[in-house]
Structure formats: C-alpha cells, structure tokens
Design a protein around this ligand. Structure first.
Ligand SMILES: NC(=O)c1ccc[n+]([C@@H]2O[C@H](COP(=O)([O-])OP(=O)(O)OC[C@H]3O[C@@H](n4cnc5c(N)ncnc54)[C@H](OP(=O)(O)O)[C@@H]3O)[C@@H](O)[C@H]2O)c1
Length: 348
C-alpha cells in the first residue's frame, strides 16, 4: 500500500457492520487505497466470520465480527458509527477518548442543541458536550469545518437530497413564503435491515405508500435546522415521504414560493454557480434527474423549474439513500477529516 501525498495509511473501525450502511461502507472502503479496516462490529453476529455473513464481499478474509465492548483493544484513526439513533450518542465517547475521529451515520450528532434532538427524537442526549462540538457533514456547505472536526454527524438521506437543492436558492434569496413542500420517495433499504410490517416485501412490492406525512417525520427537524442557517425568515417544511418498491434510491421534489420575476434560468444559474466546481453534485438543464443516475454512487442530480402563473419554484433531486444519503457521503467526510483528497475511493 503506497502512502498518498506523504500521508500514512489510516486505521478504520465500523460499528454496526451487519447493517445496510455498514455493508455499503465495507464495499467502498475496499476500493480506498490508503486505509486498513481494523474492526467490524455486530452484537448479534459477534464471532461470525465476515465471509459467512457476506459471501459475495471479497477482500475481507480472516475478519470476524466483534461486539462493541471488544473494540477497546483496537487503536484506530476513525470510526464509522452505523448504529440506530440513541446508540451512537453513547458510543462516540470511548472512541474520542482514544483519539479516534467519528463519523456517525445516524442522527445523534446532527443537531446543534440537545433540545432540538430531544424534540425530534424524544431522547435526552447523553453527551451534550460532544453534540455541541459535532459538525453537520454536508461537505458542499461545511467543508472547512469538517476538515478539523472530531465528530461529524452525517446528514440524513432525505435532508441530503432536499438541502443540496434548496440551500443555494435560499442563500441567493430567490425563495419567499412560509413553507416548502417536500415530496420524497425512498427505496426500502432506507428503513434498515430489520423488517417490519410496512417494509415487508408483500406490503412494498408493486405498491406506493406515503407515511409520516406533514410534520411527523424526524427529518423535518434536521431540514429546518439547516434551512434556518441560510434564510432570514421562518420557513417550515411540509414533508411527505413515500416508500417505493425499490431496493435503493431516493427522489425528492421540492416546491416553494419564489419572488416575483425569478425565472427557471435564474434558478439553474444559481445551482450551477454553487455546484459546477463540485465533483458530486450535478445540475441538469435539459432533462430531469432519475434515481438510477445516482445508484451506488456519491452523486446527486439536480434540476429546477418555475411555474410562472403561480410563482412556484420546483427543485428535483435524485440520490442513492445508501450513497450520497449515507455511506458514500460518510467516506467523503472521512476523506476530509483524515486529509485525503476528497474524491478518494468515491469515483463511480
Ligand atoms: N439505510 C439508510 O439508507 C440510511 C441512510 C442514512 C442514515 N441511516 C442511518 O444510519 C444508521 C444505520 O442504518 P442502517 O440502515 O445501516 O441500519 P441497519 O441495517 O438496521 O443496521 C443496524 C446496525 O446496528 C447494529 N445494532 C443494532 N442495534 C444495536 C445496539 N443496540 N447496539 C449495538 N449495535 C446495534 C446492528 O447489528 P446487529 O443487529 O448485527 O447486532 C447493525 O449492524 C441508522 O441510524 C440510520 O438511521 C441509514
């Protein structure tokens, strides 16, 4: 293994490696030239050989899952926490104490305050000090602070798709009104590996259902937190997520009121200005995005339009929920935090 730009290889741990985001990380990190995965955890599969659990995952011969408690024996530079919310909050501390950095793929380190976390997740945050130093891991908007952060809260899948489209338009003051309506469709892997009545194949196959519509979904809080940083007026999110019969992929259509005389071309120009230099966000001018464009990648595809009669702005956004919406974005954050070129291992 050749060091890159005089940097030494880094040592990585994955907590929650039997889940969907953990599996995706294992696949990406295998292609990353300057890392060594030191441990993979599972409580239910502790002791199981990784190859027995993922027979199709090449390159991890000799690896076994260990329980989180056993990770104290390992010295690593960064840990990906791919755990349910509530779990990551408490597991960040032991790794930080060993000078490891954290990328939490769950929601525990995405909020600016314990009060907002409690409001949306109905839990007292066990580590408010760590929460206050954590950084929201949307690299296109927070790149410089991510580089020096000890803890990054990797954004949620729905918020990633929505914020990438909205933030440039908010920053340039093209949006008005008091609400944005977010219609999102997600593949079923977004719900994690444990099946439930609503994610059962028989329920999802050849079906389309909305769920937690309005302001019931927890991602509303995360979206509003970040939106507030780029607008000088209150903008509420009306969110209508849907489950669609896809394994992976996420599509958001966001509508909002625009100021008089704002044109579709102006919206596209603002998006181009924000993202033309970005490797993973692409603004489309002639056709609309589709979910397949982003499958198994860190890419986000955006388009914008205007309905002049009603002064309605529309942004279309396609990502992979496990890609830019989770594991691939987590690796982008890791690259920034460890000083690797941002695109390392992410070219798909
Ligand atoms: N799926 C997505 O598209 C997506 C997108 C963005 C963010 N996220 C977030 O990322 C995190 C992981 O998501 P996922 O979809 O990978 O979840 P998942 O498929 O349900 O996997 C969860 C992982 O956490 C482990 N785990 C569960 N309960 C645990 C506990 N009490 N203590 C320790 N480990 C425990 C599981 O291990 P064992 O069961 O083997 O013990 C498994 O490895 C979640 O917070 C989720 O909200 C997911």
């Amino acid at each position: 293994m050749e060091p890159i730009l005089n940097k030494q290889p880094k040592f990585i741990g994955i907590a929650g490696a039997t889940g969907y985001t953990g599996e995706e990380l294992l696949r990406i990190l295998k292609r990353h030239p300057y890392l060594s995965v030191e441990f993979v955890t599972s409580e239910n599969e502790a002791g199981t050989a990784l190859h027995d659990y993922y027979p199709d995952l090449q390159g991890y011969a000799g690896y076994r899952f260990i329980a989180l408690e056993e990770t104290v024996n390992f010295k690593v530079d960064l840990v990906f926490l791919c755990l349910p919310h509530g779990q990551s909050a408490q597991w960040a501390r032991p790794f930080i104490q060993q000078n490891a950095k954290i990328v939490d793929l769950g929601a525990d380190y995405r909020f600016d305050t314990p009060e907002e976390y409690k409001k949306w997740y109905d839990l007292d945050h066990p580590e408010p000090d760590l929460l206050s130093e954590s950084v929201y891991g949307l690299p296109e908007w927070n790149r410089e602070v991510i580089k020096t952060a000890r803890i990054v809260g990797n954004p949620g899948c729905y918020p990633t798709s929505v914020l990438l489209g909205l933030l440039p338009l908010l920053k340039e003051k093209l949006i008005t009104g008091n609400s944005v309506v977010v219609d999102s469709k997600s593949g079923v892997s977004g719900a994690g590996k444990s099946p439930s009545k609503t994610t059962h194949y028989v329920q999802v196959n050849e079906n389309l259902t909305a769920y937690k519509a309005g302001r019931a979904h927890r991602h509303v809080g995360e979206m509003e937190q970040e939106i507030a940083k780029y607008s000088d007026f209150s903008l509420k999110v009306v969110f209508i997520p849907h489950l669609v019969p896809l394994t992976r992929g996420l599509y958001s259509t966001v509508t909002f009121q625009i100021h008089k005389d704002v044109t579709a071309q102006q919206m596209r120009d603002v998006l181009h200005q924000a993202y033309d230099a970005e490797p993973f966000v692409h603004v489309m001018d002639t056709i609309l995005p589709g979910i397949k464009m982003a499958t198994s990648s860190n890419h986000c595809f955006l388009a914008a339009d205007v309905v002049e009669e009603t002064r309605t702005g529309i942004v279309f956004s396609a990502i992979d929920n496990l890609g830019k919406g989770a594991a691939w974005q987590a690796v982008q954050n890791m690259n920034l935090m460890l000083g690797f070129p941002e695109e390392t291992g992410l070219n798909a």
